[in-house]
Design a protein around this ligand. Structure first.
Ligand code: EPZ
Length: 420
């Protein structure tokens, strides 16, 4: 186990290159189960989570070659139909092999993903969508058993209590691409990662329209072939660097990001007085003076992303005045409050709200990483704090941020990794 040591209080300067999107790479890697033909996926970030997906594909019978952010996936004989608890429990994203396995094999046995610190994480929408496609579903001993004589297209409403579901949309889209007839997904997730998955499936020969909108129409085809695809940039990594730049009063050029995927964050920060200089794939953030406190509520895309909520809270903790952070996607996603308060922040939780009394300064302290984005919030706080911060259990960070220490060191941060 390792920890990160950060000497905070310094402004940063320079350029950072954004990696490929983790949450696009995972479902696209799962989609290669839909064909026996070779697939090439480029710009795949080297992360714990993408390594876990490689292992899962290998356990299902795929041969995978991963080198310099390019992953080549080949078949070596018939697919296996079981995704075991050992891998699925370490990464919920594994659950999105269910749809492609059912489409390819007409059967699948996939472990139910556990909950995690950000919430219960149910899968009722995934199962509702599969049943609508004529899949028989049984749950036994913590596994989903799915079976279908044939998959028939259907009109499926996938809106849940918390709005649309990203991975349920991904699972149903991948199950429907070889179903008989037409499938319409209403209240589909509009995230750029869903659009990227649909574009990959279309390259494989799928017939999909409406990706990126709440209504996705899929016309089933008999067979899919291989494809060569480049993953879109990671908007959450880019958003994390924007928030980090503002929190440390830095002048950072973020390269390879899609500014159009970050309009909610950019608009919110402009309202707080942050100046941006954006082109299609370069975002320059230059913040010298203090900003005003602003409140946010998270929603499914294109709303303010829940995956940037913790990082935004770290910034507001340092912005004198009152601000409120409301998470409507994951109402329990506030584990980072306790750790930020240990650094001198003044935040209290009231239900789905974090009420922030911004302070002039926070102070370095030993803190505990808990989930991927809460850990990113602690890195931002540590870089902005006065003194030394030790972040323990940084494997959470390594799940979703490629070469983070290296990228921060190149920007002038004093950050080192030490064995626990
Ligand atoms: C994806 O998770 C992302 N993960 C999450 O990012 C992200 O926070 C989330 O979407 C929301 O944007 C990947 O893409 C691998 P959801 P997903 O289904 O698809 C409820 C990160 O940090 N819901 O869109 O699992 C659910 O409880 C991770 O990279 C149901 O009620 O999330 C939540 O409240 C964390 N029933 C809301 O919907 C269901 O069947 C949105 O969840 C499914 C979800």
């Amino acid at each position: 186990m390792y920890k990160l040591i950060i000497e905070g209080g310094k402004s940063l300067k320079g350029e950072v290159k954004i990696s490929g999107a983790k949450n696009s790479a995972l479902p696209i890697m799962a989609a290669t189960l839909l064909t026996d033909a070779p697939c090439v996926i480029r710009n795949v970030p080297k992360l714990r989570d993408t390594q876990t997906m490689v292992k899962l594909l290998q356990s299902l019978g795929k041969t995978v070659e991963a080198r310099n952010n390019v992953i080549k996936i080949f078949s070596n004989g018939p697919l296996k139909d079981t995704a075991g608890y050992d891998l699925v429990s370490t990464m919920r994203g594994s659950f999105c092999v269910l749809g492609p396995l059912v489409a390819k094999l007409r059967r699948a046995k996939v472990s139910l993903p556990g909950g995690c610190v950000i919430g219960v994480r149910p899968v009722d929408l995934h199962l509702k969508g599969l049943k609508a496609l004529n899949v028989k579903i049984e749950i036994e001993n913590g596994y989903v058993f799915a079976k279908a004589k044939n998959l028939r297209g259907a009109q499926i409403y996938l809106g849940g209590v918390f709005g649309s579901s990203v991975l349920a949309t991904a699972n149903i889209m991948m199950a429907a691409v070889m179903a008989q007839g037409k499938t319409i997904i209403e209240s589909a997730a509009c995230e750029p990662e869903i659009e990227d998955l649909a574009n990959f499936l279309i390259k494989m020969g799928a017939k999909i329209k409406g990706q990126g909108t709440p209504r996705i129409t899929i016309t089933g085809v008999k067979k899919l072939h291989g494809a060569d695809h480049r993953i879109i940039p990671d908007r959450i990594e880019a958003g994390t660097f924007i928030l980090l730049a503002v929190a440390t009063r830095s002048d950072i050029i973020i390269k390879g990001a899609c500014s159009s995927h970050l309009l909610a964050l950019i608009d919110t920060l402009q309202g707080a007085g942050v100046k941006f200089n954006c082109t299609d794939d370069v975002i320059r953030v230059k913040t010298k003076r203090s900003i005003a406190p602003v409140s946010i509520t998270t929603y499914p895309y294109p709303g303010f992303p829940t995956d940037l909520q913790a990082q935004f809270m770290a910034l507001m903790a340092l912005t004198p005045g009152i601000s409120v952070v409301t998470d409507k996607v994951y109402p329990d996603r506030f584990i980072h409050i306790a750790e930020l308060n240990r650094m001198g922040a003044n935040i209290r939780r009231e239900g789905i709200n974090g009420i922030i009394q911004g302070v002039k300064r926070i102070y370095g302290a030993p803190v505990m990483a808990s989930d991927l984005r809460a850990s990113a919030a602690l890195v931002i706080a540590g870089l902005a704090a006065k003194g030394k911060t030790e972040i323990h259990r940084i494997y959470h960070l390594e799940r979703g941020y490629e070469n983070l220490e290296k990228k921060l060191t190149l920007l002038g941060a004093k950050i080192t990794r030490k064995r626990e």
